[in-house]
Design a protein. Structure first.
Length: 135
């Protein structure tokens, strides 16, 4: 028995529609957020900064692939303290920190750093640098 062509067409459309509504595979992407508050910095003179950090991990990393939070925190403090160029603006300073995170931790897909510089005696306003660096 031969199936009429319009029925084959309808069966093809039904199969295509089922494929469109089939559940997609799920992936998980984790992030770590933390803040270093009121940290003293010797950059462009004595300053006090807040650094809010968001680290987005590569999708579906294993339990042992997460970097140790305390190590990331300590390294950031070290990098802030040893930043080599005293006269750089805050934006390159902030970008360099974010790039250093990606260089050091391969399971991190992107790093977003919000660096708030508090007012000082000479500069009586606060300002913020926001940067995201992605692989």
């Amino acid at each position: 028995m031969k199936i009429p062509s319009f029925r084959l067409f309808a069966l093809g459309l039904a199969a295509h529609a089922l494929a469109l509504v089939a559940p997609a595979a799920t992936t998980t992407q984790d992030a770590l957020l933390f803040t270093i508050e009121k940290h003293p910095v010797e950059h462009q003179g004595p300053q006090v900064v807040d650094l809010t950090v968001r680290l987005d991990y590569q999708p579906e990393i294993g339990p042992k692939d997460y970097p140790d939070f305390e190590e990331v925190y300590r390294k950031l403090i070290e990098w802030i303290k040893t930043y080599p160029n005293e006269t750089d603006y805050w934006e390159p300073f902030n970008r360099a920190l974010a790039k250093k995170i990606l260089e050091t931790y391969p399971t991190i897909a992107s790093a977003t750093l919000e660096l708030k510089i508090h007012p000082t005696y000479g500069i009586q306003y606060s300002h913020t640098s926001l940067v995201t660096v992605k692989r």
